[in-house]
Structures are given as C-alpha cells and as structure tokens.
Design a protein around this ligand. Structure first.
Ligand code: ADP
Ligand code: MG
Length: 222
C-alpha cells in the first residue's frame, strides 16, 4: 500500500475543517513572504521547516519560536532554510510555515491515530513532554470514540492531576480536550484513508485546547 505524508499545513487544514482548533498556519517560500505573513498573522510567530522528507522538524533544527518582528522573521527564514539544507542535504524543502505563537502556560497533550492490524483505527492520547516519553503515560481506545471514552482516556492518565489542576494551579478545559478527541475520531471514521495522524502537541488551557503541530499519513492509489 502506498502512502503520502501530509505536512503541517495540509494536516491542520484537514483538522480545522473537522472543527479542531489549530493555530492559523501559512506557507512562505521567500523571506519577504514570511515577513509579510508574520505582519498579517501577528508577532511573535513560530517558523518551521516544511518538507515532505522531514518528520521531526526540531531534530534538524528546523523550528524557531517566538520570533518577535517582521525583520527578525526574514532573517530567521534564511537561517532555517540554510540550517536544514546543511543538516539534510537531500531533502526537498517546500519553504517555511508561519504561525502565531500560542500563549505560554499551556499543558502539552499529544493525540495520535494509527491502524492496528487486528482492531483497525485506534486513537491515543497522553501528556506531552517527559511524561509521555519516559513514563509511557498514554491511553488508547478504538475509533469511533464514545463521549464517555474521551472522558475516561483523560482520567486514567497518571498525569491527570496536571490537567485537572494541582496545588492552586488552574486545570485545563477538560471538555475542550474531550471534544477535540471526539472530533478527531469522527474525522478518521469518515476518512479511512488516514493511516496515521499526530497532533503533537495540543496546548491545553483553562479555556481551550489548540493544536500547534500536526502531521498525517494517508493511503494513496498507485
Ligand atoms: P516537531 O516537528 O519537532 O515536533 P513542533 O511543531 O512540534 O515541531 O515544534 C516543536 C515545539 O515547539 C512544540 O512541541 C511546542 O512546544 C513548540 N511550538 C510549536 N509551535 C508553537 C506555537 N505556535 N506556539 C507555541 N509553541 C509552539
Ligand atoms: Mg511536534
């Protein structure tokens, strides 16, 4: 089976159409275009390499966060392109994505979809960062999710107190995270050609949940 990788911007468009909140993200192919986009979207912005050959953008030093002005964006564009070209000479580079920085203080959640040989589409969620990587603190369910599943996926995480709120720290909007899981489930149920889908991270806040990075793999006809 042949597959095609959808980059960040394509995947966010798919998610936005399914009602999932994502940072508005646009492609720049030149430094001048990046600067213009940043002025329109509002600084500070994040810049990220866009390439069909690069899955983990930070691994090739292809992400710049908190770029504060249009002038700095133009410089950062050239820097990202030059750095990634040196790190991965064979990669085809489409350009750089530009998006507003999400507010600080969000709790990072990851959401993933994959296909299990036996069970079909499965959805996973967990806390981002060290908790998910070291402790494997994740929950899995079959798609389609029921509303109760979405709630239980969160409460069964060992890190759930971080979402609920601990020691005077406000919790995040659990309903918004549950709603996001349900919308991803509905999207995948309607689009069985989606083989993989990653929202990593979703930044969660007391009032909302916002996906700032996403990628997908879809099945294509040869
Ligand atoms: P990678 O391909 O390395 O996963 P990401 O797009 O996830 O690249 O960016 C790396 C990190 O930068 C994210 O895990 C997140 O912490 C931060 N980040 C990315 N985009 C934004 C944004 N729009 N606002 C705030 N932080 C962001
Ligand atoms: Mg990411």
């Amino acid at each position: 089976m042949a597959t095609r990788a959808l980059h960040e911007i394509e995947t966010k468009a798919l998610l936005a159409a399914a009602g999932v909140a994502v940072t508005p993200t646009e492609l720049a192919c030149t430094a001048a275009a990046a600067a213009t986009l940043a002025a329109r979207l509002g600084c500070p912005v994040a810049l990220k390499i866009v390439s069909p050959d690069i899955v983990h953008k930070s691994d090739v030093d292809g992400v710049r966060l908190g770029v504060a002005s249009s002038a700095a964006v133009a410089v950062a564009f050239d820097d990202v392109m030059r750095t990634v070209r040196a790190r991965q000479p064979g990669a085809h580079l489409d350009g750089v994505s530009v998006q507003p920085m999400a507010p600080p203080g969000g709790v990072e959640v990851i959401v993933g979809v994959s296909v299990d040989a036996q069970f079909g589409h499965v959805i996973m969620c967990g806390l981002g960062g060290v908790l998910v990587e070291v402790l494997q603190d994740v929950a899995f369910r079959l798609i389609p999710l029921r509303p109760r599943d979405a709630h239980e996926m969160l409460t069964e995480l060992r890190g759930f107190p971080l979402l609920r709120g601990v020691r005077g720290r406000a919790g995040v909007n659990l309903r918004a995270v549950e709603e996001l899981l349900l919308r991803v489930s509905t999207l995948v149920a309607q689009r069985p050609d989606i083989r993989e889908l990653d929202l990593n991270p979703v930044l969660t806040y007391p009032d909302r949940a916002l996906a700032v990075d996403a990628r997908a793999l879809i099945e294509v006809e040869r």
